[in-house]
Write a protein that binds this ligand. Structure first.
Ligand code: PLP
Length: 222
């Protein structure tokens, strides 16, 4: 087996075991393989091994790689900080989900571009749960308000929330932030904001995905 195949098999086993303990099944969870910095050949190999969703964090890199992929995929996810001058390039790649909407400004710019093209776009709102200054994302306190404001933009459909855990060697330190994000999602869902569906909770990366699953994540990025 190739090392990608081995890694994937181990990952899927870990995910399945954790979900089983939580009374959930693997079908509940979308695995987004973050392909940034990996060459096109590696991405194609992952797709042949059954990966369905891929994620990139830079528009330029995605623009260079995605058109070269030979194997089909179900969804391209954008997970990085989006700059307004890259919006049209990003939309040309037909992202399934833009996970990293981190300001009302970028939401409005995106909505304007989509409007001109007569398109709608599924997005997640990125929340900076850990309040680290190095990270993008709306603050925990302002998140619900921003969801209301973005919900008023006709070309965007909010499908959930995304966060990045602490850069820490101990994933347990991130657990409270994941659980807060889940509670925030539930709180927003209850507000019944028109057009908003808290369907996805995108949290969990290589170092903290098992903790994220235990706290209710249904979208991993690793
Ligand atoms: C790079 C990246 C990931 C994946 O990180 P790993 O530590 O390699 O699992 C997930 N989410 C975002 C937003 C990223 O930029």
């Amino acid at each position: 087996m190739s090392s990608i195949a081995e890694n994937l098999a181990r990952l899927q086993e870990n995910i399945a075991q954790t979900l089983h303990r939580c009374g959930r099944t693997a079908e509940d969870v979308i695995l987004v393989a973050v392909t940034k910095t990996h060459p096109v050949e590696t991405v194609d190999e992952a797709l042949r091994l059954g990966i369905r969703h891929i994620g990139e964090n830079k528009v330029q890199e995605a623009l260079r790689k995605i058109p070269l992929l030979r194997d089909p995929y179900e969804g391209f996810h954008f997970i990085g900080h989006l700059q307004s001058n890259k919006i049209n390039n990003l939309l040309s790649l037909k992202p399934l989900l833009i996970q990293s909407i981190d300001s009302l400004y970028i939401a409005r710019e995106l909505n304007n571009s989509l409007g001109r093209k007569n398109l709608t776009q599924d997005i997640l709102v990125q929340v900076n749960t850990t309040a680290e200054t190095t990270k993008s994302g709306v603050s925990f306190e302002n998140a619900a308000e921003m969801v209301w404001q973005i919900a008023a933009l006709p070309c965007l459909r909010i499908r959930g929330l995304m966060t990045i855990g602490l850069m820490s060697i101990d994933p347990e330190r991130t657990r409270p932030y994941f659980s807060q994000l889940r509670e925030l999602g539930e709180k927003i869902e209850k507000q019944g904001i028109p057009g908003v569906k808290m369907e996805y909770l995108s949290m969990g990366m290589s170092d903290d995905y098992l903790v994220a699953l235990e706290e209710g994540s249904n979208m991993l990025r690793l």
